[in-house]
Design a protein around this ligand. Sequence first.
Ligand code: C2O
Ligand code: CU
Length: 488
Amino acid sequence: MKSRRTFLALSGAAAAEAALLTYGMRSRPAAAAESKAATSASGKSAKPASTKSAADQPFGVAMPISPVLKPTHSNHHTDYYDVDIRPAGVEILPGLTTTAYTFGGHFPGPTIRARSGRTVKVRYHNQLEEETNVHLHGGHTPADSDGHPMALIAPGGYRDYTYPNKQEGTALWYHAHGHGTEVVHVYLGLQGMYIIEDEHERHLRLPSGEYDVPILLRNIAVDSTTGEMILGDPNDRPIVLANGKPRPHFKVAARKYRFRLLNGSNLASFTLSLPSGKVVQVGSDGGLLPAPVERSAFTISSGERCDVVIDFSQFPIGTQLYLNEATAGAILRFDVDRHAHDNSRVPAKLRTLAALPPATVHRDVTLSFDFSSEVPSADINGKSYDPERIDFTVKRGTTEIWSVTNGDTEYGIHHNFHMHLVQFRVLDRDGKPPTADDAGRKDTVPIAPGETVRLEATFTDYLGEYVYHCHVLEHASFGMMATMNIVE
Ligand code: C2O
Ligand code: CU
């Protein structure tokens, strides 16, 4: 069976190679190893000594904050935006230009700040030479604006997406979602954050404004000579970027900050901690938790968010604190460099999560690879994704419990499960209580090999076809995706 596993790895690499050739980039697997060695040995990219500067040192570069997108116009109930999807040269490793796919030239994309109950309409112009599209991950969105994997924007064309934002305040994200191309498009940079603010939350007085900072974390492999991204082996992406930069620093005042952490990696799961400070989690995928929870470490799989508050007032000016990732090590340094007024708070009670109505439908879902034929397939309930097939028909208004199992015990392959349209609640894992990472409203959950997670969701408002899938993009693009049709 070992050979089949090797085949899978190779077929992934072969697909990656083909993809890179398609986009005119050279795939250099050997360079990945060199780059890794250079980065981990010296902590800086390989460059001539004469060009060394502060930027070459680990934590030498400031973490950028993606610009907040400005509406082109607004009326009483709607904000309109225009965004170009286009290639752009960006700086990831100091002094080198990396070809990225971007929203408006930004890597990662600009942040969209929306308000609960107020509509956002985005016109995405596709200036790539290939089809792509955009999905609002975690959004409660009408089907024709959901970025269905087959609803693509032609090169040179545009598409309007309508987001009613009929959901509570939370940090969502938007990313490319064309079937089979999402792996490359998201990896190359088609991802950005989308934050919904609501009135209730405003009254809580959590840190806001410049003290409410979205941080998109993701891993990547970059050729340290050419600066180009290496798609290669998804398990060999040694650099973790925070808002597009490897190991940046972020200057903070000695006060409370709110950080909206997103794992925007294709595949990797991050376990994060702040060894010398306290992290208080206030929210997860679908908004605030009922109450703040102090976390010594927390795990976010591909696509998940964690909304945290860190209080830097406990540290003297000059203190440096590291955000640590279990495998990658220190990925971001906070430099406490000034005092600032702080009238924000973290109330003991954040919101009430309404109890879900009793479920009337139960479904079983199994995610697994099938290695029994020459070409392995990535399946849900034994079937690879077919956009022509409806896998589940769901009656609008129904509350359902889905028992989702990771069937890949033999090779120990990790999956995670994401549903479009709804925010669900985790009921249990293998019959045991959910973990701290499962708290609140969720749209994505990791599932260990052999594990079964029970989820409960109520399907409201919108009709039509939505997908659910493994959020390891390499698995989804291989077919680990299926369709539910919401009907009247
Ligand atoms: Cu974040 Cu269907 O995706
Ligand atoms: Cu998977």
